[in-house]
Design a protein. Structure first.
Length: 88
């Protein structure tokens, strides 16, 4: 995968039922919260595990992948303009 940038950013766009597209992928997500360019927080229903050191062997294209249930909760409470601190 690609590295997620460590930075302070803001949620600048939210969308339900979006297809994320890159040079080598087109992936449907239920909850999309854009935070920096093409980087965002979204559900990753294709993953069975999250957290720990999974990013070292099965990382993302730079986004923050979360379980669908968590993405739904986050989407409901996060408003556009909410600060987001990304670090690892």
């Amino acid at each position: 995968g690609n590295g997620t940038p460590a930075k302070l950013c803001y949620v600048y766009f939210k969308q339900r039922n979006r297809t994320l597209r890159g040079r080598d992928y087109a992936t449907f997500v239920n909850y999309w919260m854009a935070v920096s360019g093409h980087i965002g927080i979204h559900d990753a229903t294709w993953r069975g595990k999250f957290g720990g050191e999974i990013y070292k062997t099965a990382g993302s294209h730079g986004c923050v992948n979360v379980p669908k249930s968590f993405a739904a909760q986050l989407y409901d409470v996060v408003e556009v303009g909410t600060p987001c601190v990304m670090y690892y």
